[in-house]
Design a protein around this ligand. Structure first.
Ligand code: ZN
Length: 388
C-alpha cells in the first residue's frame, strides 16, 4: 500500500497499533480551577499518555449543569484542545443533590453522560427521576457510589491498616450499598447506570449479578485501584489519598479478574489534578485524588500485562472499544470509516515516572519514581500525530 501524497509516513515496526485510547473519567478543571488544569494542559497530558479522547466531569465552578457551560468547554476544546473532549453534564443543579439540572439542554449541547461525580446523589427518588428523564437521550448516568453517611470523615479504607496507623476509614460497604441501590434503580427504570471508579470485591459481585439478570449496569476501574492497596497509605503520602480509597489485596485481585472477564467494562483514570499546596501537609487535610492520564498506560502495561495478569488485547479493548461503546462515542475501532484516532504502543520502552515532566499542571501521582516497561509511543487524533 502506498501513502497518499503529502502524508507523513511513520515506521512503526515492532510497535503495537491500537484504536485510540479513550478515558471516560477525567477532571479538566476548566472552567474555574485553571490553576489545577485547563483544557489545553489536560488534553496535552492525555495525548502524552496515549489517549485520543477524554470525557470530562461536571464538578467545575461553575458546574456543567446547563448548556452554556457545555458550550464553553466544547469551544475551549476546539481551539485549545489536542484530543477530543466529551463533556459530561451534572445530574443536579450545582451538584446540590436536590434539584435536577437542565438535562435536556445538556444533552442537546453535546453531553455524553450525566454525573454528579465527586458527590453521590443520596436522594434515591431524585436519582430515579434522573434515570427516567435521561432514558430518551440514550446516555448513561454515571454513579459516584458513596454513602456519605457511612463514609463521613474518612481519609482511607476502613480495616486493619486504618486501625494500625490511626486514620479514619470508610468501609467497603459505603460503596457497596450505593452500587446495590443504583443497580436496583436501573432495573426499576430501564436506564443505563455506569459505576465510576469501582473499587471493592463486593461491588464486583453486585455488578456481575446485575449483568446476569439483564440490568443495564456497566463499570470502570482506575489504574491506581488495580495496582495499589491500602498498604500504600502507611507512609502517609497524600498522593495515596483518593475517593474511593485504596482497598485490600483481595479487592485488587478481584478487580483485576473482573476487568479480565469483562464484569468491569473499562479502565478510566479519574485524573484529578490538584495544586501542590492542596496535596502537601497533613494526610487528614489533603485533597482527594490523583492525576492519571500520563501514567495509566505504562503502569498497566508493566504491572498487569507484563506479569501475565491481563492479556494485552484485553487491555487494549478496555481502553478503546469498550469505553467508546459505553458512552456511544466515535472511535474505539480501526475499521475503515472509523475516525483516524490511533494509539501506538512500544512494549519495550523503559520509562521512569517523573512528575516534573508531566504536561499536566499538577504533579499529584502515587507512581513517582516507578520504573516501567512499555509505554505509549505515538498518539494520532483525526489522522494527525499529536506531539504534546
Ligand atoms: Zn468520583
Amino acid at each position: 500500500m502506498t501513502a497518499p501524497p503529502g502524508a507523513e509516513v511513520l515506521d512503526a515496526t515492532g510497535k503495537v497499533v491500537c484504536p485510540g485510547f479513550i478515558d471516560i473519567h477525567v477532571h479538566l478543571r476548566e472552567p474555574g480551577h485553571e490553576y489545577k488544569e485547563t483544557v489545553a494542559t489536560g488534553t496535552r497530558a492525555a495525548a502524552a499518555g496515549g489517549f485520543t479522547a477524554v470525557a470530562c466531569m461536571a464538578n467545575t465552578p461553575p458546574v456543567n449543569d446547563n448548556g452554556a457551560v457545555t458550550d464553553y468547554i466544547l469551544a475551549k476544546a476546539k481551539v485549545e484542545g489536542v484530543v477530543r473532549v466529551h463533556p459530561i453534564g451534572a445530574v443536579t443543579k450545582n451538584l446540590n443533590g436536590e434539584e435536577l439540572a437542565e438535562l435536556a439542554e445538556l444533552a442537546e449541547a453535546g453531553c455524553v453522560a450525566f454525573s454528579d461525580d465527586g458527590r453521590c446523589v443520596m436522594n434515591a427518588d431524585l436519582y430515579r427521576r434522573a434515570m427516567e428523564y435521561t432514558l430518551p437521550f440514550g446516555v448513561p448516568v454515571v454513579s459516584h457510589a458513596e454513602d456519605t453517611y457511612l463514609s463521613r470523615g474518612f481519609t482511607m479504607n476502613e480495616g486493619v491498616v486504618s486501625t494500625e496507623i490511626g486514620l479514619p476509614g470508610a468501609p467497603a460497604a459505603a460503596e457497596d450499598v450505593m452500587v446495590a441501590r443504583d443497580i436496583l434503580l436501573a432495573e426499576l427504570t430501564g436506564a443505563h447506570i455506569h459505576i465510576a471508579h469501582l473499587s471493592t470485591a463486593g461491588a464486583v459481585r453486585l455488578v456481575r449479578d446485575g449483568k446476569a439478570r439483564g440490568v443495564r449496569v456497566t463499570a470502570e476501574v482506575t489504574p491506581h485501584h488495580l495496582v495499589l492497596t491500602e498498604e500504600a497509605v502507611r507512609g502517609y503520602d497524600p498522593n495515596t489519598k483518593m475517593a474511593p480509597p485504596l482497598r485490600t489485596k483481595r479487592d485488587v485481585e478481584t478487580l483485576v479478574e473482573a476487568l479480565a472477564d469483562g464484569t468491569i467494562d473499562c479502565v478510566a483514570t479519574d485524573h484529578a489534578p490538584h495544586a501542590l499546596a492542596e496535596k502537601e501537609g497533613e494526610f487528614d487535610h489533603a485533597a482527594f485524588g490523583v492525576v492519571g492520564l500520563e501514567t495509566a498506560v505504562a503502569v498497566l502495561l508493566d504491572r498487569l500485562v507484563k506479569p501475565g495478569l491481563l492479556p494485552l488485547p484485553t487491555l487494549v479493548s478496555r481502553l478503546s472499544r469498550d469505553p467508546a461503546r459505553l458512552l456511544n462515542l466515535p472511535g474505539g475501532s480501526l475499521a475503515p470509516g472509523a475516525p483516524a484516532d490511533v494509539t501506538i504502543l512500544d512494549l519495550e520502552r523503559k520509562t521512569t515516572v517523573d512528575p516534573a515532566k508531566f504536561r499536566s499542571k499538577s504533579r499529584n501521582t502515587p507512581f513517582a519514581g516507578w520504573m516501567l516497561t512499555g509505554a505509549p509511543w505515538l498518539t494520532i487524533v483525526g489522522g494527525k500525530a499529536v506531539r504534546p
